[in-house]
Design a protein around this ligand. Structure first.
Ligand code: ATP
Length: 311
């Protein structure tokens, strides 16, 4: 056993991973603490699943180290995996079983399986235990896979794109309830998602990853407070905005501009004085606004002119 801190569930140090010429992960340092819900966000191909696979011991570290509950999940998978619930992106659960057989099957692996909680979730999803998994819709399959991941009340619940395939109600209400139930019992949740509004709703802490590097690793509350969206007005017409310290993204034209910035409103107002500009209004930025300013466009969002200026 390692002498890791009791509150640290996952410790990742200097983890790098290449696939051929692709740097999927580069010098990742990351700690996950007990009782915290972590939202993992990044564009397609950013490295989210690769990171998750290292935590599960499905990939061996090429360099650096990963410890889960103080153990190396590749060398001692049984020690680490016994405490983990995992919902894979593929929802790969055995087709030939019925739902009830699947629950019994997962139950057999985990002494902590909570049959009442499993039944409650089956009822909530209106799932019939006698149905064969191969005959389920994509969404129902996702629900069964979710039950398999959470009903043994794992100390670490890892969900890869949990919303994918779930309808809006299940996504909003039930996923929320599941994540809260797990975390309120002092357990840790790590989930990846492209739905930033969902990450904002569910997580306590955001890990933003871009091209294999961690761009941000912050409590959600601090992230919102440290990034603002401000409306600016200039006395002269501007064709482009000059470089302003802390401004990450600009949109607008003429005298009226909007900026996403990591500087404080006071710092921005001071910079504007020399440019004959003024701050009209300011508010905390949403996670989506921060993501787009930092990482670029979301795959699903419409195109928008962007003048990334670095922080
Ligand atoms: P998505 O949101 O699209 O699921 P992701 O953030 O989960 O993406 P990863 O699946 O971790 O991204 O992929 C990170 C990079 O590593 C990508 O460039 C991907 O093509 C590459 N990669 C991942 N797994 C493999 C593999 N087994 N063989 C070769 N390249 C891989």
């Amino acid at each position: 056993m390692n002498n890791h801190s009791a509150s640290t569930v996952v410790e990742i140090s200097q983890l790098s991973r290449q696939f051929g010429d692709t740097d999927a992960l580069i010098n990742i340092d990351l700690n996950l603490e007990r009782g915290v819900v972590y939202g993992l966000v990044g564009a397609n191909g950013a490295g989210k699943t690769t990171l998750i696979k290292h935590i599960l011991g499905l990939l061996r570290c090429q360099s650096g180290s990963v410890r889960v509950f103080g153990e190396d999940p590749v060398a001692r998978p049984e020690a680490a995996l016994a405490h983990i619930g995992y919902l894979s992106e593929q929802r790969d659960i055995p087709d030939w079983m019925t739902i009830a057989e699947f629950c019994d099957f997962v139950h057999a692996f985990y002494p902590g399986w909570d049959q009442d909680y499993a039944r409650e979730l089956l009822n909530t999803f209106s799932l019939d235990g006698s149905k064969k998994i191969e005959n389920l819709s994509r969404g129902m399959r996702a629900q069964v896979a979710l039950i398999g991941a959470v009903a043994h009340k794992p100390d670490l619940l890892v969900l890869d794109e949990p919303s994918s395939g779930l309808d809006a109600i299940v996504r909003k209400d039930i996923l929320n309830a599941v994540v809260r139930t797990i975390s309120e019992e002092g357990r840790t949740v790590l989930f990846s998602s492209h739905l930033l509004e969902e990450v904002e709703r569910l997580s306590d802490h955001v890990i933003m990853i871009q091209q294999g590097r961690i761009l941000m690793d912050q409590p959600l509350e601090l992230l919102g407070q440290s990034h603002h969206v401000s409306e600016l007005r200039f006395s002269e017409l501007q064709t482009t905005l000059p470089r302003i310290a802390g401004v990450l993204k600009t949109t607008g034209e003429g005298r009226s501009w909007n900026v996403v910035h990591s500087s404080s409103p006071e710092q921005l107002a001071a910079s504007l004085e020399t440019l004959q500009g003024e701050l009209v209004s300011t508010r905390n930025a949403s996670l989506e606004e921060i993501f787009i300013a930092r990482v670029g466009r979301m795959e699903s969002s419409s195109s928008e002119s962007s003048g990334a200026q670095g922080s």
